[in-house]
Ligand binder design. Structure first.
Ligand code: NAD
Ligand code: SER
Length: 317
């Protein structure tokens, strides 16, 4: 039986990705790993391991000895948190990637998924329908680390035949676990405050459009890319991927259709400058062409699903 590990499994994406991979491959085939001591209850149906991706020797020994052949590397600091600790963010976001790429180069790992982000783009990039191949001059440490990571992934594919696959996720919106410190987090936080009947203070201005995606679409895209035949894939840096796009004010209008008394105020902070350096919408025609990507969640459906499922008690866990 081939074994898979998800490193950074306790986070916003990892929690849902582990569940989806276990559904696809079986509980025993997927190990959840994270620097956190305790396994979240949701992931208790299969193996959990405490693992610090920065402990290169431990990661190498574990993957080699346990004959793990597929790695999903999610551990990272996201855009807002990374700006507060740039040195550590660069180290965390890059060192772990080299550890896993090297294991694949040596033949221990046969397939890698490593997520990139819309943060690879910068203020000089065309912001509407941002193309797959365009100017990329990111201004955040997070964006710089993701762009460097993309270049290394492509390099390891070209020079060492490493099967590494990647998606530039937009802002991801979900209700199973909370987001971990990104600039797009407002579009999750807002639903908790709306359901609690509280006024939401938004850290972006009302007219800041950003590309977003419902988590179910993002997880499906990840599995579809990982299951796609090798020869179909023409991008080994990272694929653009689009779900929907909206501003805080547009999101508020749709939430108000469900919760008319919902109120919002706008108090932009340092994350506003980050958001303004990113695309407003994404052209993902290469992903559609190569592996048949198509999103299922337009904004209206995303909002309805979030309102139906968000549970504010998660804020106290
Ligand atoms: P998250 O912050 O919610 O989760 C990251 C997980 O990594 C956490 O559980 C954390 O405990 C773990 N971690 C941190 N340091 C670690 C270490 N040293 N060793 C092992 N685990 C460690 O992040 P997420 O939103 O789930 O994002 C996962 C990946 O997807 C990241 O690479 C991120 O850049 C990328 N991404 C996320 C989004 C998004 O909107 N969520 C968008 C684009 C890209
Ligand atoms: N959602 C992520 C962030 O805001 C984008 O990579 O950091």
């Amino acid at each position: 039986m081939s074994k898979t590990i998800v490193i950074g499994a306790c986070g916003q994406i990892g929690t849902e990705l582990v569940l989806a991979l276990r559904k696809q491959n079986g509980n025993d085939a997927v190990i959840a790993a994270d620097v956190k001591n305790d396994c979240p209850a949701l992931l208790s149906e299969g193996a959990y391991m405490k693992m610090d991706i920065l402990d290169r020797e431990f990661v190498r020994t574990t993957i080699i000895n346990q004959e793990i052949t597929e790695v999903y590397l999610l551990a990272a600091l996201l855009s807002a948190t990374a700006e507060k600790n740039p040195d550590f963010a660069w180290r965390l976001n890059m060192e772990g990637l080299f550890t896993i790429l090297d294991l694949a180069k040596e033949g221990h790992v046969s397939k890698i998924f490593w997520p990139s982000s819309i943060a690879v783009f910068g203020p000089t990039t065309p912001r509407d329908h941002t193309p797959q191949f365009t100017i990329m001059e990111p201004t955040t440490v997070y964006g710089i680390s993701k762009l460097a990571g993309e270049r290394w992934c492509e390099y390891y594919f070209n020079k060492h035949n490493v099967d590494v696959r990647s998606i530039r996720y937009p802002g991801l919106i979900s209700y199973t676990s909370l987001p971990g410190g990104g600039t797009t987090d407002y579009a999750v936080d807002i639903f908790y405050q709306a359901k609690l009947g509280k006024k939401y203070t938004c850290f972006l201005s009302e007219d800041t459009a950003l590309p977003m995606m419902f988590m179910e679409d993002a997880i499906r895209a990840t599995l579809e890319l990982m299951n796609a035949p090798n020869e179909k894939l023409t991008v080994r840096s990272s694929y653009n991927l689009s779900g929907c796009s909206f501003t805080p004010s547009e999101l508020t209008s749709i939430i108000k259709r469900h919760i008319p008394e919902f109120e919002i105020e706008y108090v932009p902070d340092f994350r506003q400058a980050i958001a303004e350096s990113w695309p407003k919408s994404i052209d993902d025609s290469q992903a559609r062409l190569d592996w048949g990507w198509k999103e299922n969640y337009p904004t209206d459906l995303l909002v309805k699903t979030m309102i139906d499922h968000v549970d504010p008690s998660l804020l106290n866990v």
